[in-house]
Design a protein around this ligand. Structure first.
Ligand SMILES: [Zn+2]
Length: 139
């Protein structure tokens, strides 16, 4: 955030025309959004979607230990941000393979959770029987 010489507070630059963005309501009484005063582009900041699984192997839940922040050292279930063009199921399967070294198939939905403070929503699924794929890449 930067205050220009004319007193207008800007937040970044327009991806279309490069003009400094300003904060203003998207409509009368609407939420404040970053907007371009030149080309009227509005920046919609939407939450990131996380896809995860809660795998069970030999009647034991598989958890992974984070080795990056936030939450370094904490235990959690395998999951991560959805990639562009990926379905929720594909993302959950990929993240489980990357983080836990497990091949899974999605058999159901466990829950959908929102974390507005982190600008994230989480989709957690129930996988079928799993098979280990090798050394897990831990996150
Ligand atoms: Zn613009």
């Amino acid at each position: 955030m930067k205050t220009e010489s004319n007193g207008i507070v800007t937040e970044g630059y327009c991806a279309k025309c490069g003009t400094p963005l300003v904060m203003r309501p998207s409509r009368s009484g609407g939420p404040m959004r970053r907007s371009c005063p030149a080309c009227h582009t509005t920046v919609y900041e939407t939450p990131s979607l996380v896809a995860a699984t809660l795998p069970v192997v030999d009647q034991r839940v598989v958890l992974v230990r984070r080795d990056i922040d936030p939450g370094r050292g904490l235990w959690g279930y395998p999951g991560g941000y959805l990639e562009s063009g990926e379905t929720l199921e594909e993302g959950a399967i990929r993240e489980t393979r990357e983080e836990a070294g497990l091949d899974v198939q999605i058999t159901g939905l466990l829950g959908v959770y929102s974390r507005p403070a982190d600008a994230a929503s989480q989709w957690c699924s129930r996988p079928s029987a799993t098979a280990r794929t090798g050394t897990a890449a831990r996150r």
